[in-house]
Design a protein. Structure first.
Length: 179
């Protein structure tokens, strides 16, 4: 009798142990920034900074002498983010149906509904930072036209800000006790 209970308990325990699996952490990989990487990138500011709510197209420039990232529009500095204020930097993309596809899909024509299958991918660089002036966290978002330039920008910024890489993202590890 005791042997049956022990065998049954062992089988249940073995079955449950298969359900409890730890989520693997992505492997940290060394940053690969070529020596001839550009110091300026064309991008569109999408929002996230206190006092800069208008979407603008301009240039993101690394100002290594002052250890900051600068957003310029038509040669004038719009704002900057110090490297030391950055908490995370990561690439992102969003899939959407272009406006033309939405319009065509509503036309009373055979097969017009297939226009909803058109996809447009938009690539973003997202930066979480701690604004020292107002003591608040924010997330700035910049849209890029090219995925390769986006990844090169994220890698360059992560290396310049001396951040730790995890997958395609960079972060500053917390100091002190967790949470």
């Amino acid at each position: 009798m005791h042997m049956r209970k022990f065998a049954l308990a062992s089988i249940i325990l073995a079955g449950l142990s298969g359900l409890i699996i730890a989520q693997p952490r992505p492997i940290d990989k060394p940053s690969s920034v070529p020596a001839n990487a550009p110091t300026s990138y064309e991008a569109r500011y999408e929002g996230g900074l206190f006092g800069a709510s208008k979407k603008e197209t301009g240039t993101l420039t690394f100002d290594d002498a002052n250890e900051r990232l600068v957003f310029n529009r038509e040669g004038a500095e719009m704002f900057s983010i110090p490297y030391s204020a950055l908490l995370t930097v990561y690439p992102d993309s969003k899939e959407s149906v272009p406006q033309a596809g939405k319009v065509i899909s509503h036309l009373p024509l055979p097969g017009a509904g297939l226009a909803n299958l058109w996809n447009k991918s938009t690539k973003y660089a997202n930066m979480t930072f701690e604004d020292p002036d107002i003591r608040a966290n924010g997330t700035a978002s910049f849209r890029f036209k090219d995925k390769d330039k986006l990844l090169l920008f994220v890698n360059s910024l992560g290396a310049r800000a001396k951040m730790t890489q995890r997958g395609d993202a960079f972060y500053k590890p917390r100091s002190g006790a967790p949470f």
